[in-house]
Design a protein around this ligand. Structure first.
Ligand code: SAM
Length: 436
């Protein structure tokens, strides 16, 4: 039996709220009675079956009004604002509005200012504010169930915000770069929202504390699901947060599938389940490097792992070779995985063998798919062997981190995960080497 805590009970009651008279019975929220939320060691909460599930069975449906995205946020804000045109007719918003110091901010935002924000910025600001509004927020049952920052202690973004450079310095270089990009995205969003609020209020730091915006931003990043929205400006804005669906943990293999239509967000099983099985969703074909930087976790034997060898190859190109690669869109992102080398890497290794690549018919033959590039293979393999041996040699020096015995438990777990990333690198490099 699971312990259904009171917050979960409130969430379920809220999700099943049928006050929205515009909803037809067929589009009411639905959570299969054969599902339950349980704590899962090492991965927060997850969804389990408590009975047999058939293949292709509808297991969850969350109607549009309970999805948190630009459409619903703009509809809710427009209740405090004269920007009626931002409200969308099929979104239920409570008839009674509760006014407080925070809703004054909503009142003061113009349509242009709101529409200028990206989805991440708008939702980051909204979640940070609504969390502080407590009981006055329509979204309280959902916000109460979001994780805490402690759930993201493995995420390098958190180390960076806390200035833990000693840990960041231990990361393999390509992963540092990935994490740097996440940090840049975060700071840009935080600065944009802060700058906007500074034009409205005097106490921006109190309304938008860095740590709370950070948590909201990470929750969005790790729980958003992509769907087309009428209010989105770009493809990257097309996402939603979906209560309850967001308890699904990731597995590289699909165990359920999503369907999005006018009735909202629906989840169907893609295989039969027995009782007591965890129901997973694949977040995408993500390597451990990506999962750690974007979601704060890694998985063992991840079939999507790859090894980025760009930094080993980059210094070897002459300026002419570099220009050639750029012109043909093959500059950077050179990877190998357990299956072998990517085509980009194969092209890069071939280019290194041609002093005047623009004049090489062999090279163009390879790029255009006319030849199989076998003429380059011998030298490519020799160079690749040198690089992979270097990767292994470097990684061997950090692998021990996986078995560190730090007294501080958080540091121990963080170092373990770093050691695991080096181990992943050794595994891939060894695999590729054995096939050369
Ligand atoms: C969409 S949420 C899934 C529900 C989440 N476990 C919770 O407690 O709310 C995504 C987050 O769950 C955790 N997670 C998901 N899949 C995981 C897995 N396979 N192993 C470890 N943690 C996982 C990570 O913290 C990730 O950022």
């Amino acid at each position: 039996m699971i312990h259904l805590d009171t917050k979960l009970v409130s969430l379920l009651e809220w999700i099943h709220n049928t006050q929205d008279e515009k909803l037809k019975p067929s589009s009411y929220s639905y959570i299969s009675p054969k599902l339950e939320v349980r704590d899962v060691k090492g991965s927060g909460r997850g969804i389990y079956t408590n009975g047999h599930l058939n293949k292709s069975e509808l297991v969850i449906r969350i109607p549009p009004s309970f999805l948190l995205n630009t459409t619903t946020v703009l509809s809710h804000i427009s209740k405090y604002n004269t920007i009626a045109s931002l409200s969308t007719s099929n979104i239920y918003t409570p008839f009674e509005t509760i006014h407080d110091e925070f809703t004054k901010i909503y009142e003061s935002l113009t349509k242009e200012e709101l529409l200028d924000l990206s989805s991440f910025q708008l939702l980051g600001m909204y979640i940070t504010i609504e969390t502080q509004r407590g009981k006055s927020s329509f979204w309280k049952p959902f916000l109460d169930m979001l994780p805490s920052i402690a759930d993201f202690e493995l995420m390098p973004l958190v180390w960076q915000i806390n200035n833990q450079h000693d840990l960041l310095d231990l990361l393999p270089q390509p992963i540092r770069k990935t994490s740097e990009k996440v940090y840049t995205r975060f700071t840009s969003d935080y600065n944009t929202v802060t700058a906007l609020l500074q034009t409205k209020i005097d106490n921006t730091e109190a309304v938008l504390p860095l740590d709370q915006f950070l948590l909201a931003w990470i929750c969005i990043n790790s729980r958003c699901l992509y769907m087309n929205l009428p209010t989105s400006k770009s493809a990257s804005d097309n996402f939603t947060m979906a209560p309850y669906v967001d308890f699904l943990n990731h597995s590289p293999n699909d165990h359920c599938t999503l369907k999005i239509d006018g009735r909202g967000f629906q989840v169907f099983s893609t295989c039969a389940y027995s009782e007591n099985e965890q129901v997973y969703l694949s977040y995408g074909p993500h390597s451990n490097d990506f999962l750690l930087c974007e979601y704060g976790f890694t998985i063992s034997d991840n079939k999507w792992n790859d090894l980025d060898v760009t930094e080993y190859l980059r210094p070897l190109f002459t300026s002419e070779q570099k220009r050639f690669l750029k012109e043909h869109d093959y500059w950077g992102n050179y990877t190998v995985n357990k299956e072998g080398i990517s085509f980009r890497t194969e092209v890069a290794l071939a280019v290194l063998q041609e002093n005047t690549p623009t004049e090489s018919r062999k090279l163009m033959g390879l790029i255009n798919g006319i030849t199989d590039g076998v003429v380059f293979k011998l030298k490519s393999d020799i160079l690749l062997k040198t690089i992979l041996n270097k990767v292994i040699h470097e990684a061997e020096q950090y692998k021990h981190l996986e078995f560190n015995n730090e007294t501080d438990l958080v540091t121990r777990e963080r170092k373990k995960v770093i050691g695991g990333l080096y181990n992943d690198r050794v595994t891939i490099a060894t695999n590729v080497l054995s096939n050369l």
